[in-house]
Design a protein around this ligand. Structure first.
Ligand code: BDR
Ligand code: CA
Length: 314
């Protein structure tokens, strides 16, 4: 059973991801959720994490709040994609749960360093600020991790927040640059995968047919983003980004890609936050990530539906 920490800025896709992990106790042990400012400000990402845990009946998992904004500059939120609360589209009760004591980067360090080297995997579903801060606080952290699996970046899809950059990397490129240069084994799941994993009408119908309160809530919550994407792009559904991270841990055969060097552009006027991937090995730079660029979308949704079906809180 693999111990993981999930760093997140909950919009609904983040919450589907951590609930899937919690519904997989035979494979994954979720040590904590850590929240960061991202899609919406930190107080809302923390609230949304607590709300989703309460909905899933998993108030036993600690939630630690972390950085409110990136290492440099102001936070760029994405209310247009997920609504002003980050959880628009379904009225969940205000959570009775509270965040646990402590600053997320410190807790990440403590939780990882308390276990044997090579055991804990960080699952990153958000801007990488907390992870970079943890690495700054404890320089041995990168060498002590089993690895990082992250949703972020883009190889040949262009960007979703600027023409060049994917949201999670664009919000804190300095943090991403630090993480990618840290030497930790990274599995990166870029837009190339998630843009092929859409919440189509057929998949949403399967989600709703699960018939539990959790499934009903996510059916409505995911519709906000689905409608946004359909209007914006004319697609059937929006990308279900972050659960790919958990799927890659549970069923790696659903994905394929290759080892490559990933550089993070921190300076470009038009390209800040771009992931520059040496896919064809045209530099001498050694690979620093396994970049997954293909996903079996049907298999992925089967897994999402299967794990969400298991969540039947009393
Ligand atoms: C990323 O941005 C967020 O809106 C999603 O949750 C995902 O982590 C996709 O670019
Ligand atoms: Ca996210």
């Amino acid at each position: 059973i693999r111990p993981i920490i999930i760093d997140t800025d909950p919009s609904p896709d983040d919450a589907v991801a951590f609930l899937m992990a919690l519904a997989s106790p035979g494979e994954l042990e979720v040590l904590a959720l850590t929240t960061v400012g991202g899609n919406v400000p930190l107080h809302l990402t923390t609230r949304n994490a607590l709300m989703a845990l309460e909905l899933g009946g998993r108030g036993d998992v600690p939630v630690y709040a972390g950085a409110a904004g990136p290492l440099a500059g102001a936070l760029r939120t994405a209310e247009h994609v997920h609504g002003v609360t980050g959880f628009d589209g379904y009225d969940l009760p205000e959570p009775a749960l509270r965040a646990a004591e402590g600053f997320a980067p410190d807790r990440i360090v403590e939780l990882v360093m308390a276990r044997p080297a090579g055991s804990v995997t960080l699952c990153c579903l958000a801007p990488l600020t907390n992870v970079a801060l943890a690495m700054i606080r404890e320089p041995r952290l990168a060498g002590h991790l089993h690895g990082i699996v992250l949703m972020g970046g883009s190889r040949s899809e262009g960007g979703n927040i600027t023409p060049a950059a994917e949201y999670n990397i664009h919000v804190d490129p300095e943090a991403a640059a630090r993480v990618f240069a840290s030497g930790v084994p990274i599995t990166m799941i870029p837009l190339d995968c998630t843009h092929r994993a859409l919440t189509t009408a057929a998949r949403m119908a399967r989600l709703r047919a699960i018939g539990t309160p959790v499934a009903e809530a996510f059916y409505h919550l995911l519709r906000f983003n689905k409608t946004f994407n359909e209007r914006q792009w004319g697609t059937d559904g929006g990308p279900l980004h972050d659960p790919t991270v958990i799927a890659a841990l549970l069923q790696p055969h659903l994905f394929s890609g290759r080892l490559a060097h990933v550089g993070i552009e921190c300076h470009g006027e038009l390209t800040r936050g771009m992931t520059v991937i040496d896919w064809w090995g045209v530099t001498e730079r050694q690979p620093n990530a396994l970049v997954l660029n293909r996903v079996d979308a049907e298999g992925y949704f089967n897994l999402v539906i299967d794990r969400l079906s298991r969540l039947r809180p009393a």
